[in-house]
Ligand binder design. Structure first.
Ligand code: 3DU
Length: 215
């Protein structure tokens, strides 16, 4: 098995309960690059879950807060979340460079440039070119792009500065396919329900991990 830094699978741990979250994270950790925590787990278990997940898995933790506020509020939230042990925070790009910059001053940041659901076509997709420009200017750790639309991942890759990573949610439950989106230029796939809601999360994570090998 590869070292965790070479892996391409991120677990989206969207459960409410602390015990369940820790159990799933622990049993899948061997196959993951990182664990992503979103609002469901934070509102269900509190911010300290970030610290606990880090201790239990030893993996990077991504806080998917999709921050979208004025710089001061983004800063107030992000500082507590980085303090809790988050290694990366996901922020929306549309509030502008000052709002994203406030997060970037505090730690590694991932900017949403497009989303994976059908409604993303209404407002976000028409703004994607501008959001890519913002990312190229600010040079965050990475951007979020849709695994449900591999052709958009190729497009985003072609416009994005080479060092900026592409993280893609939407594999599995939303219909995206791991191999396809990695071939299109994604660096990491983000998978939630196909792992945590399956009968055997460890085995589901193993199978997805196998799919990412050699792509
Ligand atoms: O559909 P899944 O259960 O595999 O979960 C996907 C996760 O990624 C979930 O936390 C969701 O909030 C997040 N996400 C998207 O699905 C799509 C985006 O564009 C951005 C984040």
């Amino acid at each position: 098995m590869s070292g965790s830094e070479d892996r391409k699978l991120i677990l989206a741990l969207d459960v409410y309960e602390r015990e369940r979250a820790l159990e799933i994270a622990e049993c899948t950790a061997d196959y993951l690059w990182a664990v992503k925590v979103n609002w469901p787990l934070i509102v269900g278990s509190g911010l300290s879950i970030i610290t606990e997940l880090k201790q239990v898995t030893g993996l990077p933790i991504i806080a998917d807060l999709k921050l979208a506020d004025i710089p001061n509020t983004n800063r107030l939230i992000a500082s507590k979340v980085f303090e809790a042990g988050a290694d990366y925070i996901i922020a929306h790009g549309f509030p502008g460079s000052d709002s994203v910059g406030a997060v970037m001053e505090l730690g590694k940041t991932i900017i949403v440039v497009e989303m994976s659901h059908p409604g993303a076509k209404e407002f976000i997709q028409p703004a994607t070119d501008k959001l890519i420009e913002l990312a190229n200017e600010l040079e965050p750790f990475g951007v979020i792009a849709p695994a449900t639309r591999p052709e958009r991942v190729s497009y985003i890759r072609s416009k994005l500065k080479p060092g900026i990573k592409i993280l893609t949610p939407g594999v599995g439950a939303q219909g995206g396919r791991a191999g396809e989106v990695l071939k299109a230029g994604a660096d990491y796939i983000i998978v939630g329900r196909s792992i945590y809601a399956s009968e055997n999360p460890r085995e589901s994570a193993r199978m997805l991990y196998e799919e990412t090998l050699g792509v």
